[in-house]
Design a protein around this ligand. Structure first.
Ligand SMILES: NC(=O)c1ccc[n+]([C@@H]2O[C@H](COP(=O)([O-])OP(=O)(O)OC[C@H]3O[C@@H](n4cnc5c(N)ncnc54)[C@H](O)[C@@H]3O)[C@@H](O)[C@H]2O)c1
Length: 308
């Protein structure tokens, strides 16, 4: 299953950067489809600015890679007909995603692989009404998709091994760190872990144990600092699973276990304390600190990934 022509369906924040990723392989051409006109080249130039400034992607290389990325609003275009793989990245809505794949079944070849970048919706549900369900799986890229290596490949109840393997090989070949999530469960792997931490962080604030800044300081200066080098499963072996058992036996009964968003989070939402969007969330934000936060993240990721 050679993947040479990739159709990205939805050219927003994720779609453009995923499209750029795919051009890491020299013989791959990318078509980005969107219902709205999108200047995908300008968007990719903006998000890869730091990679170019630091010499990780040369200007010529960027121009060459962009020459293999085209934009269309036409479902009857060659990029749709010839696609070997579709990566859908429209907004997060089950019915809309189902409708997209319903339409694509009419337009793409029957052997074209279909994948969705959904963050939380079940790929099994998205694909449940399709004719050829075995060709479908989730490919969950993380934002910023041109930098974060992980892509979770989510197996539906019908995905074929052939398709999972082809997607795995393709993602690995374009330089991503692909991993397979064997069961289509809410949150897949990464977001289950991330939200277990968010739940506890909010519990700590809600119960007056520490404020939001302190929670972040505690994380950034302790296990957060060593996580990329010593992740939980390695760390458990390092300290010993007998000790992990003893600590679990003592602490688990005290940890947050709410099955719905906490009262504090609900209050914040209702008071419009949404974070960057409204200038106040757990912390206060203005244009300058928002810009700095985003730039610092990219700078940090580039340093970690490329040592530059
Ligand atoms: N933003 C993130 O951090 C992030 C991370 C991982 C996964 N995701 C997932 O990726 C997907 C896309 O997210 P995003 O942040 O890029 O969204 P976005 O709003 O930036 O982009 C969505 C794009 O899809 C287009 N679109 C909407 N409906 C369409 C349709 N019916 N046909 C074609 N194009 C359509 C819009 O015009 C827009 O350009 C979502 O499923 C989201 O949950 C997002």
């Amino acid at each position: 299953m050679a993947i040479k022509n990739v159709l990205i369906y939805g050219g927003g924040l994720m779609g453009k950067n995923i499209g750029f990723n795919c051009t890491a392989l020299k013989d791959v051409c990318v078509t980005i489809f969107d219902i709205n006109p999108v200047d995908v080249h300008a968007g990719i130039k903006e998000s890869t600015k730091q990679l170019v400034e630091k010499g990780i992607v040369g200007e010529e290389e960027l121009a060459e890679r962009l020459s293999r990325i085209s934009f269309t609003q036409d479902l009857d275009s060659e990029g749709v007909k010839n696609a070997d793989m579709v990566i859908e990245a429209i907004f997060e809505n089950l019915d809309a995603k189902r409708e997209v794949f319903g339409k694509l079944e009419e337009k793409c070849r029957p052997d074209c692989i279909f994948t969705t970048n959904t963050s939380v919706i079940s790929p099994t549900e998205i694909s449940s009404e399709l004719k050829y369900r075995e060709r479908f799986c989730g490919t969950h890229f993380w934002n910023p998709a041109h930098l974060i290596p992980l892509v979770e490949i989510v197996r539906t109840d019908a995905s074929s091994d052939e398709v999972i393997n082809a997607v795995y090989e393709f993602l690995t070949a374009i330089g991503k760190k692909a991993c397979i999530c064997n069961k289509d469960v809410p949150g897949f792997i990464g977001n289950r872990l991330q939200y277990a931490l968010y739940r506890e962080a909010i519990y700590i604030i809600e119960n007056g144990i520490a404020d939001a800044q302190t929670v972040d300081i505690a994380i950034k200066n302790s296990f957060g600092l060593r996580l990329p080098q010593l992740a939980p499963m390695e760390n458990m072996d390092l300290i010993g699973n007998d000790l992990v058992w003893n600590i679990s036996d003592y602490i688990l009964q005290h940890l947050a276990d709410n099955h719905e968003p906490s009262a504090l989070l609900t209050k914040m939402r209702d008071e419009n304390k949404l974070g960057f969007k409204t200038g106040e969330g757990w912390m206060k934000w203005d244009d300058e600190s928002i810009k700095k936060c985003r730039e610092d993240l990219n700078t940090y990721l580039i340093k970690m990934l490329y040592d530059k």
